[in-house]
Design a protein around this ligand. Structure first.
Ligand SMILES: Cc1cc2nc3c(=O)[nH]c(=O)nc-3n(C[C@H](O)[C@H](O)[C@H](O)COP(=O)(O)OP(=O)(O)OC[C@H]3O[C@@H](n4cnc5c(N)ncnc54)[C@H](O)[C@@H]3O)c2cc1C
Length: 302
């Protein structure tokens, strides 16, 4: 049995793992896809204190290496269930199970979809949720980004560096994202703003060929012939497998205060999966360190 099991190998989970290992605990991180979490989709991080500019991939590579060098163990499995057992907790992931005395849930959040007809069929055939992963497929051509927050602005800026034209579609006149990114987007000549518009339909049989846009003020429609659409309309958590151990709010985020404790002694939550007002690398790392320290103190008190 490990001292601490961590679900999720994103910034919060890996930071928790580093703190727990440095406190002398045995740690297993169970990660459902690849280490690094959402930040892997970010072309450029410019708000990590002490580092003016770094790609999300490089940032998470350094973090993963730091954790591995400290002796953090990793299992690549999607956890389907978590339950209390004698002396701790058990995670079930397919036919595998893992046992630990304390549990830190760092499940983050996943890309939200637009919910349009045929969206799921066209994923990987023109519809993508990650500009840095798939942008190169559209190099020199035209593409579109949907959304108005930081992720959408970053994606549009990144794509404008490799595509001829990037259409940025947002349902409001003003962006939700930070002022500095919005200014850069407005200044970039090959980003064409399609504001106060929503996507009404995705066109194309085997692959995306175009979008039908609806003007929210006039109700009029227009067709945009693009082979690529990058959806960046926010994230949503997937915490239901853990609801028996930790309370969820109406949006599915774990309810826990700044101390990262849940209603179950020995279960802690950290990062974007927790109900809070700011979801960033800094807050994920802060939560990870707080949760790991609380878990270590809880274990030492047992
Ligand atoms: C495009 C984009 C750009 C961004 N740019 C910035 C930026 O410039 N600066 C900034 O500060 N922040 C940025 N962010 C936000 C930042 O990435 C997140 O706040 C941060 O990654 C949250 O870390 P986390 O560990 O809480 O969650 P996540 O990064 O979401 O990691 C959670 C991990 O848990 C795993 N997981 C989930 N459920 C399970 C399960 N059941 N079993 C096993 N594994 C599971 C997931 O696979 C994932 O790897 C950006 C986000 C995106 C999407």
């Amino acid at each position: 049995m490990y001292d601490i099991l961590i679900v999720g190998g994103g910034p919060a989970g890996l930071t928790a793992a580093i703190y727990a290992r440095r406190a002398g605990k045995s740690v297993l991180v169970v990660e459902g896809s690849g280490l690094g979490g959402q930040i892997l989709s970010s072309p450029l991080v410019e708000n990590w204190p002490g580092q003016a500019a770094v790609s999300g991939a490089d940032w998470s590579e350094a973090l993963s290496r730091q954790a591995a060098d400290l002796g953090v163990e990793t299992a690549f499995r999607q956890v389907k269930a978590a339950e209390p057992i004698e002396g701790g907790f058990m995670l079930t992931a397919g036919r595998k199970s893992f046992e630990g005395r304390a549990l830190i849930l760092c499940t983050g959040a996943k890309h939200r979809h637009l919910g349009l007809p045929r969206e799921e069929e066209l994923v990987g055939r023109g519809v993508s949720y990650c500009a840095t992963c798939d942008g190169a497929f559209y190099a020199g051509g035209e593409t579109a980004v949907a959304g108005g927050g930081d992720s959408a602005l970053q994606s549009a800026l990144y794509l404008s560096g490799i595509c001829k034209t990037v259409y940025l579609i947002h349902r409001r006149e003003e962006f939700r994202g930070s002022e500095i990114l919005a200014r850069r987007v407005r200044e970039r000549e090959n980003i064409v703003l399609k504001l106060s518009r929503t996507i009404q339909a995705l066109e194309g049989e085997d692959k995306l060929t175009g979008l039908v846009l609806r003007d929210v003020t006039t109700g009029g429609t227009e067709r945009l012939a693009v082979p690529g659409l990058f959806v960046a309309v926010g994230q949503a958590p997937e915490n239901t497998p853990f609801a028996p151990l930790a309370e969820l709010d109406e949006s599915g985020y774990f309810i826990a205060g700044e101390d990262c404790r849940t209603r179950t002694p020995g279960v802690f939550v950290a990062g974007d999966c927790r109900a809070k007002s700011l979801r960033q690398l800094t807050t994920a790392a802060a939560d990870g360190s707080v949760a790991a320290t609380a878990a270590c103190q809880w274990l030492d008190g047992q």
